[in-house]
Design a binder for this molecule. Structure first.
Ligand code: GDP
Length: 444
């Protein structure tokens, strides 16, 4: 799915005429997305956004124009598939009851097993309840899955009351102190039955009061997933979605973007028939993969790092003109950017106006990675008040901060000393600058 995007990226990076390459890439992108059944309106919105950003934003210094373009495409595609967030798939409390709904054939029963295996591997005690009464084989199927992954199944073959089975199963597992209980509910037959499906969901929901409801959607329905997901999302605000069979269809992109557009959270995707073929859905990772750029994250980090440096540099200028004071919070930001970008002195050369920062002695810039990590841990253990005004940190706080950050009081003192030295140095530079201004234009 969306496989040709990799080639488009390669072609783009390899071509000589930038403007033509941009236009060609945008065209390739549109064709690719439409082929993957992404809604045409979404495709247009996406490409308009990319074009607007190209016209109105400026690439940060020290970044190649091509890399910058790809990073914009990456960001906008990530938004198309749900944005910059990793879903929280861990139980929010224990015990945790999850109820699965979905039309027949969507992969609901298989996914119940996949989820059970996922949580069992995370160390939870998991039980499965077979409450799909429409499909006679569902119970046997789940029993088989349960045997395969070592998870007990509760079922009442012959009983046609799905609500009663679900209730009994959940009660039994909760009484036996299970951590995660997954209920495979009845799946209505076929697409178009979603209203009945959602009604049924409400009934079971009200009687077993699960902590989460998950709708299982087959990726091959493509952008038709929008209606189903939006109805579900409105009916069940605590709900999330799993899209299955991402491996078997070209329409996965359509399904993912359609569901993301409803505001519902896609938690997992199913990528095969085997029980371990379930992935936590992370839009950023997904987009990196379809763009075929393992190192796209590093481009993004680089850009973020440069932006952070530019912010730091602005702050330093203000500090130097006496407008504001350097706080430990600034130091923290600086170290953080440094970790992303490599040694500060290397970066400085890329930033216009770097000569201000470059007056800081080299040895101060050459902090080892280990020390940076320690310093950051120390600062993480300080309060905002302390970060903004380190003078208030007394002996007992030094001890506490050391303890909280897994460092020694000496190391905390060393950081404070460094900070003090930097501040003194800045004062000195300010004075020098003042003197230089005083003598400006004079022949001395
Ligand atoms: P249910 O009727 O919704 O419970 O659907 P099932 O769990 O019985 O799944 C229907 C079919 O889809 C089965 O043949 C599964 O093996 C298959 N299936 C489920 N999830 C996936 C997936 O992620 N990828 C592929 N290729 N097949 C899947």
């Amino acid at each position: 799915m969306l496989d040709n995007l990799k080639d488009a990226v390669k072609k783009f990076l390899g071509s000589s005429d930038y403007n033509k390459a941009v236009n060609d890439f945008i065209k390739d992108l549109q064709i690719s997305l439409i082929k993957a059944d992404v809604n045409i309106k979404l495709v247009n919105e996406l490409t308009t956004k990319i074009k607007n950003r190209l016209a109105n934003e400026k690439p940060p210094s020290a970044i190649e124009r091509r890399e910058w373009f790809i990073s914009i495409v990456y960001q906008e595609l990530t938004n198309l598939f749900g944005g910059d967030k990793e879903p929280n798939v861990m139980p929010k409390k224990l015990p945790y009851v999850i109820m699965l709904v979905g039309v027949q054939g969507s992969g609901k029963t298989t996914t119940s097993g996949k989820l059970a295996l996922f949580y069992r591997k995370k160390g939870y005690k998991v039980g499965l309840v077979a409450a799909d009464i429409y499909r006679p084989a569902a119970y046997e199927q789940l029993l088989q899955i349960g045997n395969q992954i070592g998870v007990p199944i509760y079922g009442e073959p012959g009983n046609k009351d799905a609500i009663q089975i679900a209730k009994n199963g959940v009660e039994k597992f909760l009484k036996e102190k299970y951590d995660v209980v997954i209920v495979d509910t009845a799946g209505r037959h076929g697409y178009g039955e979603e209203v009945k499906l959602l009604e049924e969901m409400k009934n079971i929901y009200q009687s077993i009061k699960p902590d989460e409801v998950i709708l299982v959607i087959d990726a091959s329905i493509g952008q038709k997933a929008y209606d189903l997901a939006s109805k579900f999302h409105t009916a069940s605000p605590i709900g999330s979605i799993i899209i299955t069979k991402m491996d078997g269809t070209a329409k996965g992109g359509g399904a993912l973007s359609a569901v993301a557009a409803t505001g519902a959270t896609i938690k997992f995707i199913g990528t095969g028939e085997k029980l371990d073929e379930l992935e936590v859905f992370n839009p950023r990772r997904f987009v990196s993969r379809i763009l075929g750029m393992g190192d796209i994250e590093s481009i993004i980090e680089k850009i973020k790092g440069i932006e952070e440096y530019e912010e730091i540099e602005k702050k330093m200028e203000e500090v130097l003109t006496g407008k504001t004071k350097l706080t430990l919070r600034d130091v923290y930001k600086q170290l953080n950017a440094m970790r992303k970008m490599g040694p500060l002195n290397k970066i400085l050369q890329m930033i216009p106006g770097y000569n201000i920062l470059s007056q800081i002695p080299e040895e101060q810039l050459k902090l080892g990675e280990e020390k940076i990590r320690k310093f950051m841990n120390i600062m993480n253990s300080m309060t905002y008040k302390e970060l903004d005004n380190p003078d208030i940190i007394d002996k007992s706080r030094i001890k506490r901060i050391a303890k909280g950050s897994g460092t020694t009081p000496e190391e905390v003192k060393e950081l404070l000393k460094q900070y003090e030295m930097t501040n003194n140095l800045l004062k000195m530079m300010r004075r020098k600058k003042g003197l230089a201004k005083l003598f400006e234009g004079r022949d001395i």
